[in-house]
Design a protein around this ligand. Structure first.
Ligand SMILES: O=C(O)CCC(=O)C(=O)O
Length: 309
């Protein structure tokens, strides 16, 4: 039997991505569930990334994708890239964290294979059975920066505009009934595609004859803590990051409330003390009718609960 070829969508999606201000980005993302941020890396920066991939032999190294991300010094600036974080701010507001980075090379199939795609899917809620809770946040986006210009042969991304509002779709189920609504995105090297955790999409199959290199970063709203413990970024990676980046990659297992508690509380208060002080503040705040004291008590209580989980 002939293997099933999934055709890439005929409609190529065009939009003036360069001309969008923050309000337009927010509106577009809310309506469509994705957004392209052009040229987060310049041609020279992309060339430096390719050079580093080659010098580190990353394409053929058999290592974890997240470890590969941390090895190349040219990838890390994606995390706090100003064009990208400005677009993310328009989506999440000012409070978000970056919980994953990955480098993924997509090798080419033999030349002559017809252009095609992989299966339509959403990224939310997969990998939990394997104990990886990173995709379980209630509000997160995946960002892919492709390091070469896409063509129909060079693994273009298929995406279904507006599919993030299809509440009848179950993660990890067959979504091919949406294929007629899918469009093809042809981005340029250094552009970033942001898409919501439940936007239906599919990677292209690479039949161009040369490898496609992709760098991923995933971000969540600060409040949307994962449903289980997730691995933190490596300590050395966090310690060597500039403050603008460190802020985004620290304390992944905290939600917004815990983030609001002072750092010394997280570091030095043993759980029983945290519990006692939070109870005391909540009670005193209630008795004195002081919402400020009560809120501080609530924050410490949330920090205590997070520590327990
Ligand atoms: O391969 C790609 O271009 C997209 C990857 C993808 O589908 C995903 O990250 O879920």
């Amino acid at each position: 039997m002939e293997p099933l070829v999934m055709e890439i969508p005929k409609k190529v999606f065009q939009h003036a991505w360069d001309d969008m201000d923050e309000a337009q980005q927010r509106l577009f993302f809310s309506k469509n569930g994705f957004l392209v941020v052009p040229e987060i890396f310049s041609a020279a920066e992309v060339a430096a990334m390719h050079k580093e991939i080659e010098s580190l032999g990353l394409e053929d190294k058999n290592i974890d994708m997240s470890e590969a991300f941390c090895r190349a010094s040219t990838f890390a600036p994606m995390i706090d890239n100003p064009k990208l974080t400005s677009a993310l701010k328009s989506i999440f507001g000012p409070e978000f964290v970056c919980f994953k980075g990955a480098y993924v090379p997509k090798k080419s199939k033999a030349k002559g294979v017809p252009p095609q795609r992989t299966a339509l899917h959403v990224d939310y809620g997969i990998l939990e059975p394997e104990g990886d809770y990173r995709n379980s946040s209630a509000l997160w986006v995946n960002v892919i920066c492709y390091l070469s210009d896409m063509t129909l042969e060079h693994a273009p991304l298929s995406i279904v505009p507006g599919s993030h509002t299809r509440y009848d779709l179950q993660p990890a189920s067959d979504m091919e009934m949406l294929k007629e609504e899918a469009v093809t995105l042809l981005t340029k090297a250094g552009d970033a595609v942001i898409f919501l955790h439940n936007t239906v999409h599919a990677g292209g199959v690479n039949v161009s004859g040369y490898t496609q290199h992709m760098v991923f970063c995933s971000y969540r709203a600060s409040w949307a803590r994962h449903i289980g413990h997730v691995r933190e970024w490596p300590k050395a990676f966090v310690d060597s990051a500039p403050p603008s980046r460190r802020r985004l990659i620290s304390d992944l297992n905290f939600g917004a409330l815990e983030r609001g508690a002072p750092v010394f509380v997280h570091r030095y208060f043993p759980p029983f003390l945290l519990k006692k002080v939070s109870e005391l503040l909540s009670t005193v705040g209630g008795l004195l009718g002081s919402p400020k004291i009560k809120k501080l008590g609530d924050r410490l209580w949330a920090a205590h609960s997070a520590r327990k989980s």
